[in-house]
Design a protein around this ligand. Structure first.
Ligand SMILES: [Zn+2]
Length: 337
């Protein structure tokens, strides 16, 4: 489905068979780019009939495990081994990735809070509109690889939207299980509906996202997990026969069901953390100390968890401002096969 009012287009024919390198072109006109476009690199591998998948990294520009895993996989796969189509977008917010910035320096927008976007908006809004209303409709599955970025660190997990459609929710869960990371974060009612997960849900396309560590670098073990996860999903969809087939036996579904369970900075200061991502915690347990570095005579505060759960993510900063996330505490809902 190609909508007439989307201004973005690809400079290669995505329907053509072959292993092609190209760009999505965001037409733009300002002092820096008077009569040109902002590029987003793409890699399209299309062969005989089969399913097709869109694999995205660099939605946020300071999360590098996903882009690294995509670069590995896209070079590992040869055209004659593919049934169907794989479209890789290794650095969706390309200008942001080149500057290690979470938001896009072209318009200061957060890509994953920009959906459904606008065809006549800023570069990020145009891109959100193109993805939600045009590009993803042609795909059988979407993967969007995130991590904690510079600001935070996540327990590795796959994210699925709890769709209103039971069938789509089941397909999302099946994709997450094929990805193979044993923690599945179910995005329920509290989830922000301006994300790519929500866009895929509105379009009725099965999708998972992933959180893959963070810290603004490339963790080798977590990047290996992401690479294997992509290969396992390609195998599951019969797009590419991968030799990586072992699957975990049990999956924990976790949810941020109680927003008051997570901890946020009470003011400007240092979070002296006592826990790490993946830890199980209980009510009253110490989360860490909060040091009032601008008021050395003020005693530090002992921060405690208000309910039990699992640490899904924590801040990766030293200095934090009032309102910044210190720890995300998720509740385990279901353990399943
Ligand atoms: Zn992200």
């Amino acid at each position: 489905m190609k909508r007439a009012n989307s201004r973005i287009h690809s400079n290669i024919d995505l329907e053509k068979k072959g292993h092609q390198f190209g760009e999505l072109m965001i037409p733009w006109s300002d002092n820096a780019v008077p009569l040109g476009y902002h590029p987003i690199p793409i890699i399209n591998i299309k062969n005989s009939h089969g399913k097709n998948i869109l694999i995205v990294g660099g939605n946020h520009g300071d999360e590098f495990e996903g882009p690294s895993a995509i670069m590995r996989v896209s070079q590992k796969i040869s055209l004659n081994e593919v049934n169907g189509q794989i479209l890789f977008i290794p650095a969706l917010s390309f200008a942001a990735v080149t500057q290690s910035s979470r938001t896009n320096p072209l318009d200061n927008r957060n890509m994953n809070r920009a959906f459904p976007g606008h065809p006549n908006g800023s570069p990020t809004e145009m891109l959100a509109d193109y993805l939600e209303n045009d590009l993803i409709h042609g795909f059988d599955a979407v993967i969007d690889l995130h991590s904690g970025g510079k600001a935070s660190f996540f327990m590795p997990c796959a994210l699925v939207q709890k769709s209103k459609s039971n069938d789509l929710f089941r397909q999302n869960l099946n994709l997450a299980k094929s990805f193979g990371i044993p923690t599945i974060w179910v995005l329920g009612e509290n989830n922000d509906n301006r994300s790519l997960n929500s866009a895929a849900d509105r379009a009725g396309v099965p999708m998972i996202a992933a959180e893959l560590g963070g810290g603004g670098g490339v963790d080798p073990e977590i990047t290996d997990l992401a690479e294997m996860g992509i290969l396992k999903i390609l195998n599951y969809l019969n797009i590419y026969k991968s030799t990586v087939n072992e699957a975990p036996k049990k999956f924990d579904q976790v949810e941020l069901s109680d927003v008051s369970a997570s901890l946020y900075a009470p003011t400007l200061g240092i979070f002296d953390r006592n826990v790490k991502a993946g830890d199980k915690v209980y009510t009253g347990q110490i989360a860490g100390w909060f040091h009032y570095i601008t008021e050395p005579n003020r005693p530090s505060t002992r921060l405690e968890f208000k309910r039990s759960g699992v640490i899904l993510a924590h801040s990766n900063r030293g200095m934090v401002r009032k309102g910044e996330m210190l720890t995300l505490v998720a509740e385990k809902m279901v353990t399943s096969n």
